[in-house]
Design a protein around this ligand. Sequence first.
Ligand code: SF4
Ligand code: SF4
Length: 479
Amino acid sequence: MRFPFALTKKIASHIIRHKLRKTPRFAMVLQLEPLHTCNLTCTGCGRIREYSTSLKDMVPLEQCLEAAIECDAPMVSICGGEPLIYPKIEELVNGLLAQKRVIYICTNGVFMRKKMRDYLAAIYSPAVEPKLEKLLDRKLISDKDAETIRKSDDAAGKKVVIRPTQWMYWNVHVDGLEFTHDLIVEREGVFKECVEAIKMAKILGFQVATNTTVYRETDVAEIEDMFKFLSSLEVDGHTISPGYDYDAAKKDMVKRLGRDPKEFFLTRDMTRQKFAKIQDWGRAFTIFGTPVYQEFLAGKRELTCTAWAIPTFNIKGWKAPCYLMTDGHYGGYQEMLAKVQWEKYGVVNGVARDPRCEHCMVHCGYDPSGALGTNYQRGDNWKNFKYNFGAKPKPFPASPELAKRAYNGVTIGKGHLAEAKAAINSPAAGARGAFSRKEEEHGRNGNGQPAHVGTFCGDGGGSGRDDLPAKIGDAKKSG
Ligand code: SF4
Ligand code: SF4
């Protein structure tokens, strides 16, 4: 089976139960943001900007658990900020597991190995030695780490930890191969750390997924290489979604610069071009997301947004209308369902009900539409069934060539970030900087780049992505 049977059964029963009850709107995945603090400052992160005044605030554990009970989504994606910074993350994961939910911990990967060392210390006995030896052999832990784990005392044994279970996935943010990913997260070494964390997790029996956002500048061939590489690491599944262009930047571009936004934004047409091969990817790799959503991304059909099925809960309450756009926060999920005028949002038959939705095709708005039978076409149920119950694609064979293509940045001495940052942050250049000016020389805008916003941690209205296309382009040229 492509996905674990127990998980598929749980989600299918949830949908069937609500369909039988004729519930008009219900939650499929809760996007739970216990905090917005992060150890990284990725280019264009919407979360650390939109919630910049409440970065130090956290949702109390009890409230997080109550939110999950209230919306009763079978799946909870714990995101943020960086959720592994949340002081009660272990209690949160265990509390949600006790509620029998499927958990995705959406992480930038930097603290994953630390959490897994805590797990090893908590379960340490001589029986763990073969795994420790394997981790040492592959340099995924140090000798000092191994000694600390071996010296585990009663306190370490009693610590609440995150343990492997079929009900939980580490969901690691990976936006490209080493060069691109480190550039986007603005820190060299993060890609390598993510890969080591994934390797360690697989040795310890955790399930691992990855999430990737595709931008206008994303090189499709690189995405294919990334899937091959991640598949060779035996990653269990991948979420991929187009970046989202929000309306304010577009208006600014037309009004102030008199430029056509289509020159710069990932429009619906461009998304369809980028995702033209998504169905091939779905056959070759374990792509999460229904085949119906994949057809939508490939431009083969229309879907209607069902943002209410993936609600977001954070320090300000239930965020509406969706993970990306904020028109308000509500005190309860049911209150949000009742008060938001859902018919004002989304795109229906190619016509945007709200101009801000015009080019949105993101996973959190449209993937549930595929599962819920919105815009149902004959044969959809069979397609979804066949995809879920079909054979899991085999891991892509690992090879030195593939690894060489993956480690194409700082690992091979191509340190690029300092120069890129210095140029962008140059006081003389203002907010944009030298890289953007170079773009202008190449016939692109120097002051009105789009605000690409991804669909996972940190998304939702950032403007710093404005610099990203230029930054990647120029850094690659100089690399
Ligand atoms: S179409 Fe996109 S931006 Fe608009 S409400 Fe749906 S998810 Fe949000
Ligand atoms: S995108 Fe995610 S990892 Fe990056 S700064 Fe934002 S919350 Fe942190």
